[in-house]
Design a protein around this ligand. Sequence first.
Ligand code: HXC
Length: 261
Amino acid sequence: MTYDTILTDIRGSGDIKTGVITLHRPKAMNALNDQLMDELGCALMGFDRDDSIGCIIVTGSEKAFAAGADIAAMKDYDFQKVYGSNYISRNWETIRTVRKPVIAVVQGVALGGGCELAMMCDMIFAADNAKFGQPEITIGVIAGAGGTQRLPRTVGKAKAMDMLLTNRWMDAAEAERCGLVSRVLPADKVMEEALAAAEKICSFGRLAVMATKEAVNATFESSLSEGLHVERRLFHSMFGTADQREGMDAFVNKRKPMFNK
Ligand code: HXC
């Protein structure tokens, strides 16, 4: 498959590898247009289907993860177009159906839809030059790809309101303090660290990895009691897998586990 607006690569030294997707519209700071989101969805689904891939990284350039949805395209859209074509829901949400972990590696700006795309991933690793913001209000709209929902759930109402209503940006250090990003690294180390984390994930049992992601995501999709119920049932189901027997036996017998990949 060849793409115009993204680059794909496969990295890692083990049997199970990491699929890397790089957003690539350098002249427009990776502004997210329909073509890019279609291609991203296609690449994500391809890696999700591929049994030799255990984890996916989505990244951008040194200057921009993504500077938002493509304003030059959106400026001509009207209600008929966006509602009629189910804009955003139509292709941006493909990432929510990916069952393998997706790590966003953010360098430079992650603004508007770029910040929202990063938040749709399972973890964000940020370079120390990363900046997060939701400037939609400055162009007369609101965050429309989950920003009004995921940001308050992640950083709390106070910080989210501040960012969404005043266009205040967060730097990487603040983003880490409020739980938006998992790790902050120097720009020249962040991809290396993300690849190492991905390789670690690839070394674990596929089913336990997918079930962990599903259970954590249930927190955001449901009430605490519903989320705990989903978690408990998924936890119980792990006891029907060979990896549970292998992992626990290996621990008790002080040996390295051999998981199903
Ligand atoms: C289209 C964009 C763009 C965007 C940058 N560019 N952001 N094109 N959509 N979101 C283009 C510029 O027009 C310019 O093209 C080139 O990228 C370089 O940008 P500059 O502005 O010249 O660079 P710089 O001065 O370094 O400023 C960088 C910036 C600024 C701070 C990121 O570009 C900016 O504020 N961009 C818009 C950020 C934004 O408002 N994002 C939210 C979008 S709304 P030319 O051809 O002139 O060189 C959104 C909706 C979400 O995301 C809801 C649904 C998803």
